[in-house]
Design a protein around this ligand. Structure first.
Ligand code: ADP
Ligand code: MG
Length: 305
C-alpha cells in the first residue's frame, strides 16, 4: 500500500527569503512548532468553532485631535481616504492575517489575546514605527474595527510626532500612578477608528513597571469595554531595550519586522529568542526591492522555546 503523504503547506515568505538571506535554519526550528500551534483543538469536532459575537458599545463622542495629513503623505504613510498606493495594498494583506488570528473564523479559534499585536524588530530604524502606524491606519479604515496605537518605545517615542500631535500623558504614567485611569490618556483622532495611547513620561524603570502585575490590569482596561478594538504596540528594538521582551508576554501576536538587506540572521534569531513570551510570531520583510511572488509577508508561528 502506498504511504499517504499529507499535502505540504506552501513555503512561507521566510523560507523563500531563506534562499536569499540564509534564514532557513531558524525556520526549521519554527516549522515543528507551527504544526503544533495550528493543529485543530481536540475539543472542536470537525473543526467548527462558533465565534463569539461581541457586545455593541457606545461610540466615543468626545473631542478629537486633528492629524496632519500632509505629514503622513510626506513620510510615505497611508493617507485616510487618499489614493490606494502600493503600501496601502501591502498592509491590507498584512492586516487580514492578523485580524483573522485576532478574531478567529469558522475554522479556527481566536488566538488568546490576539487583539494585542506587538510590532517589533531587532534594531532601531528597521521600520517598526512605519509598519505599526501603517497597520493602524489600515485597520482603522475597516468599518467594523477600531484601533488603539500604543507608543511603547518609551525611550524614543515617535508616534505623536509622526502624526503632528502634541505630547501628553501616556501608558508609562498610567502604570506609575494607580490613580490615573489609562483611558484618560487616550487621544482620539479625527481619523475614524484611530486612537493613540502615548508613551508617557520617560523613566529608567520602564521594564520594572511593565513586568509588574498591574500592567495586565491596565492593558485589560484598554479592551474590556471595547471588543472591536485592536491594540497595536510600537515596540522598542528587541536587542537594545529590555521592555520589548516583557511586552511580548502581554500580547497575543508579534510581528517581527525584518529589514531587507540589513537585519542579519543572527540578529533575527536573537530577537526572536527574546520574544519567547508570545507563541504567535509573524515576520514582515520591510524595504525589499525583490519579491518573486509579489508577496512580502511570511508566517512564523510558535517560535518560543
Ligand atoms: N517600507 C518603507 N518605506 C519607506 N520608508 C520607510 C519604510 N520603512 C521605514 N521607513 C522609514 O525609515 C525610517 C526608520 O523607520 P522607523 O519606522 O522609524 O524605524 P524604527 O521604528 O524601527 O526605529 C523612517 O523615516 C521611516 O519612515
Ligand atoms: Mg520607532
Amino acid at each position: 500500500m502506498n504511504q499517504y503523504n499529507p499535502p505540504r503547506r506552501p513555503p512561507s515568505l521566510l523560507e523563500r527569503a531563506g534562499e536569499v538571506y540564509d534564514y532557513i535554519p531558524a525556520v526549521r526550528t519554527g516549522d515543528r512548532q507551527e504544526k503544533e500551534a495550528t493543529a485543530m483543538p481536540a475539543d472542536s469536532p470537525g473543526g467548527q468553532v462558533t465565534p463569539v459575537t461581541p457586545r455593541p458599545v457606545q461610540p466615543y463622542d468626545g473631542p478629537r485631535v486633528i492629524v496632519d495629513r500632509d505629514k503622513l503623505r510626506e513620510a510615505g504613510f497611508i493617507v485616510p481616504d487618499g489614493p490606494v498606493t502600493g503600501i496601502a495594498e501591502e498592509f491590507r494583506i498584512i492586516k487580514r492575517q492578523l485580524l483573522l488570528a485576532a478574531k478567529g473564523s469558522q475554522k479556527s479559534r481566536p488566538v488568546p489575546r490576539g487583539e494585542r499585536i506587538l510590532i517589533c524588530s531587532a534594531h532601531p530604524d528597521e521600520g517598526k514605527t512605519f509598519c505599526a502606524l501603517n497597520l493602524a491606519l489600515s485597520i482603522a479604515a475597516e468599518k467594523d474595527n477600531e484601533v488603539l496605537l500604543v507608543d511603547a518605545d518609551f525611550a524614543k517615542p515617535s508616534i505623536l510626532s509622526s502624526l503632528g500631535l502634541e505630547g501628553s500623558k501616556g501608558l508609562m504614567d498610567a502604570l506609575a500612578d494607580p490613580e490615573l485611569p489609562v483611558e484618560n490618556c487616550i487621544i482620539h483622532t479625527d481619523i475614524p477608528g484611530l486612537a493613540i495611547l502615548p508613551a508617557g513620561d520617560q523613566t529608567n524603570a520602564d521594564t520594572e513597571y511593565l513586568a509588574s502585575a498591574r500592567t495586565e490590569q491596565v492593558l485589560n482596561r484598554l479592551t474590556q469595554n471595547n471588543p472591536h478594538r485592536i491594540v497595536i504596540f510600537d515596540s522598542p528594538p528587541a536587542l537594545s531595550a529590555s521592555p520589548a521582551s516583557v511586552l511580548a508576554t502581554h500580547v497575543g501576536q508579534v510581528v517581527m519586522v525584518v529589514k531587507a538587506d540589513e537585519t542579519t540572521e543572527s540578529a533575527l534569531r536573537d530577537a526572536l529568542g527574546l520574544m519567547g513570551g508570545c507563541e504567535h510570531i509573524q515576520l514582515l520583510l520591510n524595504g525589499t526591492k525583490f519579491s518573486p511572488t509579489g508577496r512580502r509577508f511570511g508566517s512564523y508561528y510558535g517560535y518560543g522555546e
